[in-house]
Design a protein around this ligand. Structure first.
Ligand code: GLC
Ligand code: CA
Length: 557
């Protein structure tokens, strides 16, 4: 058996948001029976590991990120037995599986909270953060970050929704609980964790007021990367060191500087972190504060993380997940869906780092447009709609939601052109994107030039080449508003990845040191390409190899 700790740098992950992936038992909700059925499909992408978004019991105030029992499976998704079956088959297929670890907060329906709210003498009293008087922090999801609890006669802190009270990680008993949760899943055989908002778990002592500079995040500097964060994470790290597993941190607004503190050096307590910078090429802080897409911003974010982490730690690479709208609708073009979907794949997969693909991204799913705010499910979309830009027309506000809602990545996976996109035999829990007849797995399987098959080719190529996996990254022409060019080099091996973000043809130049050099065009998202004609068609992407010149030089180097 391969070791995830040794191999994660060359692995490709597939992220599953189970509720919308595949309904295996015909109740309209995606589940672990559906995941089981589709493991072969996932494997066929060339994927090495799966990240399962939370599958634990949850009242779904935040769709699984509000957990009411950490050591069980949500009945909507199946049973612990079914989970074991998924895990075993994943392993049989030679893949790994990591879970979502959500320990900044629980659900308010978690037994710990039900006890804690009973009173100050309760054994669980200090499991959460209680105060007689709230500070000025605002929650990221709804209103003030404090909610008054009648029974206890105090306020509790919730950085996310009211139904997600923050755990008091300063309490050693809470940390023991976290370790016990980790062991529970690791003992069962899971291969690691994606750790949710892990940079929020240690709050500044005394919980001082924040600076009210941007609504909703005014307290962030008092709870992000807090004073005991390394201490707590190193306790969790010790548990992981007893197993063959990895830890990937998610931290909103993480800068590359702080990421390096978590993934390198004496405080190293995570293997990788997710960057948020490249998710802000068309917005400020959140997708809700929309700006026109800027390729320069995107490239700057990509390169910053590539240069800063190279040689010190290891990057994660992603363009989509369950928290962001679909990338074609943001950085590409729905009109040039196939072209921009394939180009975007090449733009990130060949960078240095571990690749993540989010369900539906590989077939170019796009944002959904719903008519009424009531049709949306996501709590943050609803809050944004009701809280901001109230002077705008309803249409304008809905347009913002259409551009920004997390729900766009949570519509049912489009498997075929059958009713309900082949996701379920009955009406699904959430709207299917009406484009499913054009955009689905079955259709893409049949078309050698589909987005799906291009993803397969990119994944296969990346995994084949040591240079594309471990090589150095360098960007050229950072000021171009149309073209993204980067190289990957290892020893004498050189690859050049050229992506056009333009809707019209553009003439491209090789960087000076590549001009006139012998090259091979290894991959392109258009058919019939003359490798020497550098006029790029809309959203064209090409991957060139510049062989080292000696006869021993192989594609695999
Ligand atoms: C993370 C999750 C997101 C969730 C939030 C609160 O950002 O990815 O889906 O809403 O944490 O748990
Ligand atoms: Ca189901």
């Amino acid at each position: 058996m391969s070791s995830i700790r040794n191999d994660y740098k060359k692995m490709v992950f597939y992220q599953i948001w189970v509720r919308s992936f595949c309904d295996g038992n015909g109740d309209g909700i995606g589940d672990l029976y559906g995941v089981y059925d589709k493991l072969g499909y996932i494997k066929s992408l060339g994927v090495d590991a799966i990240w399962l978004c939370p599958v634990y019991p949850s009242p779904n105030a935040d769709y699984g990120y509000d957990i009411s029992d950490y050591k069980n499976i949500h009945p909507d998704f199946g049973t612990l037995d079914q989970f074991r079956k998924v895990l075993d088959k994943t392993h049989e297929l030679g893949m790994k599986l990591i879970m979502d670890l959500v320990v900044n907060h629980t659900s308010d329906e978690h037994p710990w909270f039900l006890e804690s709210r009973k009173g100050k003498d309760n054994p669980y009293s200090d499991y959460y953060i209680w105060r007689d008087k709230p500070n000025n922090w605002e929650s990221l999801f709804e209103g003030k970050a404090w909610e008054y609890d009648e029974t206890r006669g105090q306020y509790y802190l919730h950085i996310f929704s009211k139904k997600q009270p923050d755990l008091n990680m300063d309490n050693p008993r809470v940390r023991e609980e976290v370790k016990s949760i980790m062991r529970f899943w690791l003992d069962m055989g899971v291969d690691g964790f994606r750790e949710d908002v892990i940079n929020f778990i240690s709050k500044k002592e005394g919980l001082p007021d924040g600076i009210p500079f941007v609504p909703a995040v005014n307290g962030i500097f008092n709870y992000k990367d807090g004073p005991h964060i390394h201490e707590y994470l190193s306790e969790f790290r010790k548990v992981c060191e007893e197993y063959d597993c990895i830890q990937i941190g998610e931290g909103p607004l993480t800068t590359v500087k702080t990421a390096l503190m978590y993934i390198t050096g004496k405080h190293k307590s995570l293997d990788m972190m997710f960057s948020f910078d490249h998710m802000m090429a068309d917005c400020l802080f959140t997708e809700y504060i929309h700006r026109p897409f800027s390729l320069k911003k995107l490239k700057h974010a990509f390169s910053k993380w590539q240069y800063s982490i190279n040689g010190k730690g290891w990057n994660t690479l992603y363009l989509e997940n369950h928290d962001h709208p679909r990338v074609i609708s943001r950085y590409g073009s729905e009109r040039f869906r196939r072209e921009s979907g394939t180009m975007l794949a090449a733009s990130y997969i060949f960078q240095q780092g571990t690749v993540f693909i989010y369900q539906g991204q590989e077939i170019g799913m796009t944002n959904i447009r719903l008519r009424d705010i009531e049709d949306y499910k996501d709590i943050s979309s609803k809050t944004n709609f009701h809280k901001y830009h109230l002077k705008d027309t309803i249409e304008a506000r809905l347009r913002r939601i259409h551009l920004s809602s997390r729900d766009s990545s949570r519509t049912p996976m489009q498997w075929s052109s059958a009713r309900y996109a082949g996701f379920s035999s009955v009406r699904p829990w959430f709207n299917v994107n009406p484009n499913y007849k054009r955009v689905n797995v079955a259709k893409d399987e049949k078309d050698p030039n589909s987005i799906l098959n291009f993803y397969r080719r990119c994944v296969a190529l990346k995994k084949m080449s040591r240079t594309l996996t471990y090589g150095q990254y360098r960007e050229f022409f950072p000021d171009s508003e149309q073209i993204y060019i980067y190289e990957r080099t290892l020893g004498k091996q050189r690859w050049l990845i050229i992506c056009s973000f333009a809707k019209h043809p553009v003439r491209v130049h090789f960087p000076r040191e590549y001009a006139g050099k012998k090259n091979q065009l290894i991959l392109c998202n258009y058919r019939e390409t003359d490798k020497n004609d550098l006029c790029f068609r809309p959203y064209e992407a090409r991957i060139y190899r510049f062989p080292a010149g000696d006869e021993k030089s192989q594609l695999t180097d």
